[in-house]
Design a protein around this ligand. Structure first.
Ligand SMILES: [Zn+2]
Length: 281
């Protein structure tokens, strides 16, 4: 098993919105995705980051409101398909994409992988699939990013068969074994979006815990420090968001060696992608 943490493009946001007590300056929100190479199941992705389809999908009202709210920077070489080619992987080599949730910055490149199965928690998609217009924008969902054959290739997680997690995952007690070999364990991270899915992945040297947008900054988890209260307007369940953040904080304290990776934390991603600190995003 090999795990590579990547990102495709970024948007910007004032730091004090992303984390309470942060600066008034804008910070970058890289759109993280990960390549997971499994000895039997081949190459798979966790999320996809941005693609140019994001710009097509946000040309017209009301979807353009999304683009104005989060101005995106994306270069050709950032695209998931182009980065994967440097690993000698073609789009058809991706067997599965694990979708943390259906916000556009996590699913914008789904259409590039037309052989992948889409793995997600069932209520994550049920909550958005029939929304259009402002109702969709309010959920940070852009319907045109969903590939036409999505339903036939989607494989929602069977939540009727949870796994009791061992103490190394405490305080998480219930997970879902996504491949049947316990190499990828999903947990629910409620609050930020309906059915948000976090993923534990272990490679030879390290356990990774992809927590998507359950926190925007690694420091939020370390210090149990939530975003600015105004961010609650974006969350379907602010109380659950706060509880999830506290759970992640406890997890980090109990298991400091696990790399907990929020999808949009530049500090966290840089420390993994560029431990020498030579190159910035
Ligand atoms: Zn999100």
């Amino acid at each position: 098993m090999k795990v590579t943490v990547l990102h495709a493009g970024y948007c910007t946001c004032p730091e004090h919105i992303a984390i309470r007590g942060g600066a008034w300056t804008h910070i970058r929100f890289p759109a993280m995705f990960a390549l997971i190479e499994h000895p039997r199941h081949g190459a798979m992705l966790f999320d996809t980051g941005y693609s140019y389809r994001f710009f097509d999908a946000t040309k017209k009202f009301p979807y353009n409101l999304y683009r104005h709210a989060t101005p995106v920077t994306l270069k050709e070489e950032d695209l998931a398909i182009n980065q994967l080619s440097t690993f000698d992987l073609r789009p058809k080599d991706i067997s599965r994409i694990f979708i943390s949730h259906f916000h556009a910055d996590h699913i914008a490149a789904l259409n590039d992988f037309d052989r992948a199965r889409y793995i997600h928690l069932p209520h994550a998609y049920d909550n958005v699939r029939f929304t259009r217009g402002l109702g969709a924008v309010r959920r940070a969902y852009l319907p045109s990013l969903i590939p036409s054959g999505f339903d036939s290739r989607a494989a929602p997680v069977d939540m009727t068969r949870p796994l009791n997690l061992p103490p190394e995952y405490a305080p998480f007690t219930r997970g879902y074994d996504l491949l049947g070999d316990e190499s990828l364990l999903a947990v629910e991270l409620p609050g930020h979006a309906y059915g948000q899915m976090g993923l534990f992945v272990r490679d030879e040297s390290q356990t990774y815990f992809f927590v998507a947008d359950a926190a925007w900054q690694g420091r939020s988890i370390r210090e149990n420090r939530p975003p600015h209260p105004i961010a609650n307007l974006l969350f379907p369940d602010p109380k659950a968001y706060r509880e999830t953040l506290s759970t992640l904080h406890q997890f980090h304290q109990l298991h400091p060696s696990v790399r907990v990776i929020p999808s949009h934390c530049e500090e966290t991603l840089s420390s993994i992608q560029d431990p020498e600190g030579v190159k910035r995003l």
